[in-house]
Design a protein around this ligand. Sequence first.
Ligand code: GUN
Ligand code: ZN
Length: 428
Amino acid sequence: MLKVFRGELLHFLAEPAKVSLQDSYQYIEDGLLIIKDGLVAEVGKAVDLLPTLDENVDITHYKSGLIMPGFIDTHVHYPQTEMIASYGEQLLEWLENYTFPFERQFSDLAHGKKVAEFFLTQLLAAGTTTALVFGTVHKESVEAFFTIAQQKKLRMICGKVLMDQNCPDYLSDTAQSGYDDSKALIEKWHNVDRLQYAITPRFAPTCSTEQLNKAGQLLRENPGVYLHTHLSENQAEIAWVEALFPDSDGYLDVYDKSKLLGRRSVFAHGVHLHDSECKRLGETNSAIAFCPSSNLFLGSGLFNLQQAQKFDVNVGYGTDIGAGTTFSMLSTLNEAYKTQQLRAEKLDPFQSFYLATLGGAIALDLEGTIGNFTKGAEADFIVLDYFATPLIARRMKHCKTLSEKLFILSMIGDERHIKSTYIMGEKV
Ligand code: GUN
Ligand code: ZN
């Protein structure tokens, strides 16, 4: 079945920082997005494509607003939705005082489903259509998440947390039970509809070497699954890892020794990486999830985007709810810009919107499937409203270029600017 959308269109073809700006995106002031059976069939100028269409075809015309691919959140914890904005601590104390007790509730499948429903509704309202998501240690948490994501026909990646040390007993698995539960979840859910599985060791401090090695074994035994964990977020965490793993040559090497790096490996944060670690991430095609609102909220530090780019590391944005403070990718762009300002670096709005869409897709090894309007891609897209609040409407009146409009959206925009979200061509 054909569905046609008309309006201002923007999507990325390549990374602005790597090619010339004009080669990095396609922008059509009056364009058509033609969708067949939920996939992108064609994009182009309305004047060129309208004559090719059957007269009776139904066209949804957005006379004001920007149509672009849905946002991609490359690191977020759905079980932490209701503990967002917990006061006063940095990472390790925040985990102990707030996060661990909170995650305990997710042994209950019904509770997980309720939270997953709310979480996914919030994500979609914020214009995010795909996410790489932490569950909790309980297999029920992933069962709940996938059940709801499947009902909503979403492309989502999730996994059960592995943690067998330095955590409360009530949240601890074992190397063997973590392996068995992950394997069962992979067999049940990986590549079912649009769902994919991520092997999810929480972070090195809560995983024994035996457990990390078993995670590596799962990766090898199940080609196509992801590896999702945290890396070098906070100085006290890094010092702890060095004390726990004295035979390793730094934090990343703990994961490397267990063979956890690769094209489908995503490491959240990487705020305090050595050049040698960045180089290793680049050469293994691993990705970093840059989570600016979380890094600022927990006082973790300022992510060095230039260092990641220098070593050709794939980067996407993560909200990292509940250490992150917003579901909104637009607000996340704002925090990323300010993070770069504090490093005396610029973050161009084209680069930033690239990272939120195609960059995220590449970080997740899903280029061609989501992230832009290439032919055959899944038609998950949003319509952004330039004028959703009186303030932004006034500000927009003074702006002449697309770059300015994108910048303003990313500085003062949020969920209110997401007019519509479409999944496989269907409005949600
Ligand atoms: N490191 C280990 N677990 C977590 C978590 O839940 N949130 C964040 N931000 N960092 C972590
Ligand atoms: Zn996280």
